[in-house]
Design a protein around this ligand. Structure first.
Ligand code: ADP
Ligand code: MG
Ligand code: ZN
Length: 483
């Protein structure tokens, strides 16, 4: 961390926009599918034509209830849609339908990896705007995205580092994925975040002036942007300047933030209740119905993985960071015999995760099935293959999609643990290398590595390393004078 920052406390609050997976838009029947000819998914309502009236999509309400329950928020019995007025070409009505003073729900929160609880201010429902497309000579407006349902999740300013901010976001991301209310694809912008960043002198109680960095769309960029912005602000303050409240853009190439516009205040938007939409009533019955259908959530699953499979907390946290990964791991454990869940978790989180990333696989359509991984771990646990050979087997699993038992059989990779076979080879290698034996006898114990290397090479890495070590030591020691 920069020395400059030592004198300050960093304060961060996040506003997250999460696109909900629905067939149709928030207030009309238009499709929400990604791509498509520009303006193909539009109608009088989302084009903002006079006289067209919005009707709220019920599925959106159930998704909002599910998230509210998952984060323990208080759902308002009566919430209100409001018009947020501003002019922009991608906003044909001249206002966005959002919620203001009576949002869908308030409070609730998310527990970070450290155990620290970050309270939410609110979650509200709003529609997305369209998109301006800039060509060489002309600019165009595509309204396919206009009216797509979003949830905006606002945290209190309780986050104190870039790492806490990305931890918060990862946890929120996995919650919406577990609930299956959003694909939360960050590259497509279905899950994006504005980070509000301010500094105050160490220990001060009054919050400093904040800048808001818009539309961050990867966990890494959020951390980078916050780091950069914090240092930028510290620089200004120590030089006697003041921070101006602004909206900033993050440039991922240079890793820097720059001002986009001066920050607007909420009164600039002239919010008022949308007269075209009735007050939104959410009754207990509806909430209870959703509560009953809630899936197991990441935090609960993480706890269960630790208890049921005796996994270290870090492994459990990583495995439950993604719904598909968690499902994959759990199904692998059903096939485990001699191998332990801990070993299966290691293989999945290191070797397999790397392949899934590099090859753009998903855990669900991955050619290495959960059963195959379990078979591999069983083979290691039973001593059929060594950990080293397992890597060769795994490579072949990735490339051929065959299961490990077949590969081990076909390629003759079964580990040799048979003592007499090991002894024969060890004795031969020892007899062939008298100079190295003399070195060992003169006290250079490191030379053992030379023998192990030879033996492994001759046996094609198939001899059980522990057994080789034991036989080798006893053979060499027996050559000591007086033994
Ligand atoms: P808006 O940005 O729409 O004006 P709010 O006043 O509700 O809305 O604040 C939005 C976000 O800014 C929240 O996530 C809140 O936690 C955060 N925030 C507010 N004050 C500060 C501050 N001084 N430093 C950092 N974040 C802040
Ligand atoms: Mg804001
Ligand atoms: Zn429409």
């Amino acid at each position: 961390m920069s020395d400059l920052l030592q004198q300050f406390d960093l304060v961060i609050g996040l506003e997250v926009h999460c696109q909900l997976d629905t067939q149709s838009k928030l207030f009309c029947g238009c499709s929400t599918s990604f791509g498509g000819e520009p303006n193909a998914h539009t109608c009088p309502v989302c084009l903002g034509l006079p006289g067209a009236l919005p009707v709220v999509n019920k599925k959106v309400l159930d998704s909002a209830i599910a998230l509210a329950l998952a984060v323990g928020a208080d759902i308002r019995q009566r919430s209100v849609f409001a018009r947020k007025q501003y002019f922009y070409p991608d906003l044909p009505k001249g206002y966005q339908i959002s919620q203001f003073d009576l949002p869908f729900c308030e409070k609730g929160g998310i527990t970070l990896t450290s155990g620290k609880f970050i309270e939410l201010t609110r979650i509200h429902i709003e529609e997305d705007a369209g998109k301006n497309v800039h060509g060489d000579k002309n600019s165009f407006v595509d309204l396919n995205r206009a009216g797509i349902p979003l949830l905006e999740i606002v945290s209190t300013p309780q986050l104190e580092s870039a790492e806490e901010a990305s931890d918060f976001l990862r946890r929120l991301h996995s919650i919406v994925r577990f609930l299956e209310i959003s694909n939360a694809n960050m590259e497509e912008g279905s899950f994006r975040c504005d980070a509000n960043v301010s500094l105050k002198r160490k220990g001060a109680t009054k919050l400093g002036t904040r800048c808001e960095i818009k539309n961050l769309n990867s966990f890494r960029n959020i951390e980078r942007a916050i780091h950069y912005e914090a240092v930028r602000q510290a620089d200004i303050i120590v030089q006697g300047g003041t921070i101006i409240q602004q909206t900033m853009l993050f440039d991922a190439n240079s890793g820097s933030t720059r001002p986009m516009r001066s920050k607007e205040e909420s009164h600039d938007y002239r919010y008022f209740p949308d007269p075209d939409l009735p007050v939104l009533f959410i009754n207990e019955e509806r909430i209870e119905k959703t509560r009953k259908s809630l899936p197991e959530l990441p935090a609960q699953l993480e706890k269960r993985f630790i208890e049921q499979f005796e996994l270290p907390a870090v492994d459990a946290a990583q495995l439950t960071s993604d719904r598909d990964l968690a499902k994959y791991f759990e199904s692998s454990t059903k096939f485990l015999k001699k191998g332990t869940p801990k070993l299966a978790a290691n293989w999945i989180l290191s070797e397999l995760a790397r392949e899934v990333n590099d090859r753009s696989w998903t855990y669900m359509n991955c050619p290495v099935s959960a059963q195959s991984i379990a078979q591999l771990v069983n083979a290691i646990g039973e001593g059929t293959i060594s950990g080293k050979i397992a890597k060769t087997v795994f490579k072949s699993m990735v490339e051929t999609g065959k299961d490990p038992e077949t590969i081990i059989k076909e390629e003759g990779l079964v580990q040799i643990s048979d003592k007499s076979a090991i002894r024969t080879l060890v004795e031969r290698i020892v007899n062939e290398n008298p100079a190295q034996v003399a070195e060992f006898l003169s006290g250079k114990e490191k030379i053992i590595g030379f023998f192990v290397g030879r033996i492994m090479k001759e046996s094609g890495g198939k001899m059980n390393p522990a057994a080789v070590n034991a036989v080798l030591l006893s053979t060499l020691n027996s050559k000591k004078v007086g033994s």
